[in-house]
Ligand binder design. Structure first.
Ligand SMILES: Cc1ncc(COP(=O)(O)O)c(C=O)c1O
Length: 423
């Protein structure tokens, strides 16, 4: 677990500052036990069986992390892959093709051919894709995604339901999918929705579940091959101090009851599928960095670190809040006065500030920080490294896995040869 002991930050049993010394900064660090505990929380919290948890690999595709998730999840675990690359990651991590679902958007025939060759189930995002899939693999099993005209999420960019969203077959067009399926003798074994990401109001998730179930019910005579209903991911985690963990006992039991009741009326025990990404990995990870510059303007005291939005883009892209902690002085020493600072990165854009919201810089109260201090940007295990880039021709950092008192490199730090083409 990630914890504070005697004012020092620990990942598992290892002090974060020791990790910084050993592996250097910047570095992504993950705690194995946190990943495992989140997988367990899902299977314990949702009692309905059969339950399929397709981990949304886009949140973090590191093979070591995928292997941990596979081991911990056992029979019920799988991968939601959005690209050929993610299918390959899943298979490399030891998932069987039958445990992978390919849910992409604006999909090419070549990408579908790849999935078909690998025997991975294709989840069609449009009537166009369904038609093209039918031509490529007539008589096979298929799933399709519905845009249920409701969405939710932590930011407009990640709301994936409703008329502004490019995803899925629009709710009013669902009837047309059956005609296409019949033309190519496709067996519709699954139906899918994903309304958005970072949902802490579970009522919205449950409301969307009800809408999808109503759609199935409306077309029930057409769903004779249905085996599973996939309600997507989006389960949120707290980032801000005022946000709370979802009560999984309450949420899990509501999900199970709703689905069990539906299956009774539908007359078939279907599998319940979900696709959490963030929920499984976000809280396991942090980005360690070192302060190299402290300076002022009339408006802010800037604390400059050796990483930037190239490595963690969420604050810049969404105005997202990430907790930031001084690794060797987490709560502040007695008698010390906290200071309002702006923690900024090393990328040549003014937006490269980790302490910000959608409007701009939002100073954070932290214990006094000197150059050389190690900081940890927390809750960075999801959409951290997987969204990292080499902007400003800066290599991407290493990824480190901590298991109890052991720490090892699970992705080497890049060097300039990774970044400079032809070098
Ligand atoms: C189809 C699909 N499923 C699952 C997810 C995972 O979302 P989250 O990480 O919020 O659980 C996403 C995220 O964008 C998605 O597009």
């Amino acid at each position: 677990m990630i914890s504070v002991k005697n004012n020092r930050l620990f990942v598992g049993d290892v002090a974060a500052s020791d990790l910084a010394k050993r592996f250097g900064t910047p570095a992504y660090v993950y705690d194995e036990e946190t990943v495992r505990s989140k997988v367990r929380a899902l299977f314990q919290g949702i009692s309905y069986r059969p339950l399929k948890v397709y981990y949304a690999a886009k949140a973090n595709t590191n093979l070591a992390i995928l292997k941990i998730i596979r081991e911990e999840g056992g029979q019920g675990i799988g991968i939601d892959a959005v690209s050929v690359g993610e299918i390959e990651c899943a298979l490399k991590a030891g998932f069987r093709p039958g445990q992978v679902i390919f849910t992409s958007t604006s999909v090419t025939d070549e990408e579908m051919k790849f999935a078909i060759a690998k025997k991975v189930l294709v989840n069609c995002d449009s009537l166009s894709q369904l038609e093209r899939y039918g031509k490529l693999a007539p008589g096979s099993k298929v799933c399709f995604r519905v845009n249920p005209d409701v969405g939710a999420g932590h930011h407009g960019h990640v709301i994936t339901g409703g008329p502004e969203s490019k995803f899925g077959v629009w709710v009013d067009d669902v009837g047309r999918a059956f005609g296409i399926a019949a033309k190519y003798r496709l067996k519709i074994v699954g139906i899918h929705e994903h309304i958005g990401s970072g949902i802490l109001e579970t009522g919205k998730f449950l409301a969307a579940m009800k809408i999808l179930l109503t759609i199935i019910d409306k077309h029930r005579d057409k769903f004779s091959d249905l085996e599973f209903v996939d309600f997507g991911g989006g389960i949120g985690v707290p980032y801000r101090p005022d946000q709370k963990q979802i009560d999984f006992k309450v949420f899990g039991s509501a999900v199970s009851t709703l689905f069990a009741d539906f299956c009774r009326s539908f007359g078939k025990k279907l599998s319940l599928a979900i696709e959490p990404g963030r929920f499984i990995v976000a809280e396991s990870g942090l980005l360690l960095c070192t302060v190299n510059t402290v300076k002022r303007t009339p408006a802010h005291k800037f604390v400059g670190v050796d990483t930037g939005f190239n490595h963690l883009i969420r604050p810049m892209a969404y105005g997202s809040y990430h907790p930031i902690i001084v690794a060797e002085n987490c709560n502040g020493n007695a008698g010390e006065k906290k200071e309002k600072v702006a923690v900024c990165g090393n990328i040549c854009e003014s937006g490269d500030v980790f302490t910000r919201n959608e409007e701009g810089i939002a100073d954070r109260e932290l214990p006094p920080i000197k150059e050389g201090a190690v900081l940890a940007i927390l809750v960075a295990g999801a959409y951290g490294f997987s969204m990292a880039s080499t902007y400003n021709t800066r290599p991407r950092p290493p990824e480190i896995l901590v298991s109890g008192r052991n720490a090892k490199i699970i992705r080497r730090k890049e060097d300039l040869a990774h970044v400079i083409y032809g070098m």
